[in-house]
Design a protein around this ligand. Structure first.
Ligand code: NAD
Length: 272
């Protein structure tokens, strides 16, 4: 497993396990399976409705809590409700702390919402804090006022949407770029991209593995999701090969500057 370091010195696994759209009834079993296989980072959210099951798998895993990195995301706006929400999430997951809590989407009151994260961080309830789906101007506004600089921005990123401008901005500000939907959520043609198939054949890897390796080699944290046991194992097995500079260039040239997924317009994608 590769690791990245956040701007407060906390180490974070370069690859974790996503749980979006994972029904609570099968979450504990799948997260337990993932941890057993060697995943050390799990991504949940208040609005996934499965924080309790993620926490149960973490607590029942037999792996030391110090070796696991658990992320959740707020779904509230404003200082007081967000502070309450963090405590409810901890109670629900039966955890003493989250390793990372991020604001899931920009809110009406980003500043108040972030202040709650800062307070919970300072109280030791969160080891790291950050944002998700924030563009550079929204991140900059937070940085300008923050007592605690955000450590991560989790944004949609895959090889068709490499987020080059945001990546540069985040790097310059020492904020880790984390990808959601690194495999295009299974809705994008990216897994059958011919240029990636050719590279995958060379390494005897799947296209998913090449994509995850590409992103982690770009210093982007990834959290692929699957409930298929073969894919869960496969997605973790990406650190025993390294793409050459030429192969990185080929994949970089696939960037289209927008999502490969045809999201409904109601998703309201951020302009980055
Ligand atoms: P993903 O890109 O991880 O794709 C998951 C889908 O890809 C699976 O359902 C399956 O259909 C397919 N897949 C997975 N492994 C595969 C393999 N090896 N071979 C072939 N197909 C495979 O999509 P995601 O789940 O949306 O994103 C990952 C995680 O990011 C989520 O589970 C969630 O934790 C997080 N997320 C965050 C936000 C946000 O707004 N912050 C939004 C979406 C997702």
């Amino acid at each position: 497993m590769g690791y990245f370091e956040l701007n407060n010195g906390v180490k974070v696994p370069a690859l974790g396990f996503g749980t979006y759209q994972m029904p609570p009834a099968i979450t504990e079993e799948n997260v337990a399976k993932a941890i057993n296989l060697g995943y050390r980072s799990i991504d949940t959210a208040q609005n996934y409705g499965n924080e309790a099951e993620v926490g149960a798998a973490v607590n029942g895993s037999g792996v030391s809590r110090d070796d696991l990195f658990v992320t959740s995301k707020t779904q509230t706006s404003g200082y007081k409700t967000t502070l309450r929400g963090i405590d409810e999430s901890l109670r629900s997951a039966q955890l003493d702390y989250f390793d990372l809590m991020i604001i899931h989407w920009p809110t009406i009151d980003n500043s108040g919402t972030y202040k709650a994260l800062e307070e919970a961080y300072q109280a030791g309830k969160l080891r790291a804090i950050g944002v998700s789906n924030f563009n550079s101007s929204k991140v900059q506004k937070l940085i300008d006022r923050a007592e605690v600089k955000p450590m991560i921005d989790q944004i949609e990123t895959d090889v068709y949407w490499q987020q080059n401008k945001m990546h540069k901005f985040l790097n310059q500000n020492n904020i880790l770029h984390e990808s959601w939907a690194p495999l295009g959520e299974g809705l994008s043609p990216v897994l059958s991209e011919p240029a990636i198939i050719r590279i995958a054949e060379k390494y005897q890897k799947s296209t998913a593995q090449v994509i995850l390796r590409f992103l982690t080699q770009q210093h982007i944290m990834v959290i692929p999701k699957s409930t298929n046991p073969v894919h869960i194992a496969e997605n973790l097995n990406v650190f025993d090969f390294k793409l050459t500079d030429d192969e990185l260039d080929i994949i970089k040239s696939l960037d289209q500057g927008h999502s490969g997924v045809n999201w409904p317009s109601s998703m309201g994608q951020e302009a980055y």
